[in-house]
Design a protein around this ligand. Sequence first.
Ligand SMILES: C[C@@](CO)(OP(=O)(O)O)[C@H](O)COP(=O)(O)OP(=O)(O)OC[C@H]1O[C@@H](n2ccc(N)nc2=O)[C@H](O)[C@@H]1O
Ligand SMILES: Nc1ncnc2c1ncn2[C@@H]1O[C@H](COP(=O)(O)OP(=O)(O)O)[C@@H](O)[C@H]1O
Length: 287
Amino acid sequence: MYVSEKAPAKINLTLDVLYKRDDGYHELEMIMTTIDLADRIDLVDLSSNTIQLESSSGLVPQDERNLAYLAAKLLKEKTGIKRGVAIHISKRIPVAAGLAGGSSDAAATLRGLNKLWQLGLSLEELAQIGAEIGSDVPFCVYRNTALARGRGEMLTPLPPPPPCWVVLAKPVHGVSTADVFRNLRVDHIEEHPSAQAMAQAMKDKDYEAMNNLLGNVLEPVTMNMYPEVQKIKQKMIQFGADGVLMSGSGPTVFGLVKQEYRARRIVNSLNGFCQHVFAVRMLGYLD
Ligand SMILES: C[C@@](CO)(OP(=O)(O)O)[C@H](O)COP(=O)(O)OP(=O)(O)OC[C@H]1O[C@@H](n2ccc(N)nc2=O)[C@H](O)[C@@H]1O
Ligand SMILES: Nc1ncnc2c1ncn2[C@@H]1O[C@H](COP(=O)(O)OP(=O)(O)O)[C@@H](O)[C@H]1O
């Protein structure tokens, strides 16, 4: 048997840090949505009780450190199933980019194996298992658009954002999420974005409000570590994006525009400044 599952990337329209928790994690409030950029996870059932993994990208671990491998291993432990799987990851999402590529691969592996091994688990159960792999995995299990709280695992579904194009630009280096959180001084945060106002913009399908409300408290931290991120943001604004923000812990910067021709123009203007530049559609909702 064989199952193929799409693993879409996310962007954070708002990202706020409320406080540092006793367990070392940060209490977050953020609005996340899916975009039309995805890895593909192919899963082939093995009768032997083993997990095999390979990826088209040399930039991700090809062994038990891969988040998709971890997902398969954890699912086997939780369900006690004595089956194996060969996992192939066709990677399109840039790695360590703030786009949750690894988390989405893990989530797609959980959804795919649930079908392949006919486990009959609900998305809620898969999300609960996913939370043990990483903070972004529960959102990636459901995809769509949501208000995320806690570590990122407490999710309230939202309607999709108004349709538009998303220009993505990522500098050559990746960013360690742990390093960015370590460099954040919660008491020094100057401006907190409003997740409630952004949620209302989703409900109202208000494109202008969505652009005005974009905000990410990790952006100045990453920009301080990698000044290139600020330069890319300035270029995107200069080239005419309606709203520009760094996604997650970065370093990918996204710009929102309504019309495809404007997205293409920004991509052409940015080419040469950074390694990965492309335009994709906002998805927000997958069914
Ligand atoms: C910042 C966000 C926003 O969507 O995205 P990315 O930039 O990774 O895409 C996520 O919260 C990242 O989620 P994820 O990448 O799954 O993080 P995890 O593996 O759980 O955590 C990596 C490290 O980040 C820090 N961390 C993460 C989440 C959180 N709420 N507080 C934290 O302090 C911890 O130091 C942790 O060890
Ligand atoms: N399947 C995977 N895809 C991408 N990265 C992975 C994967 N498995 C493990 N990783 C590791 O996870 C780290 C974070 O990668 P990624 O999820 O792409 O970034 P981010 O959390 O910034 O969105 C990288 O250092 C990478 O080596």
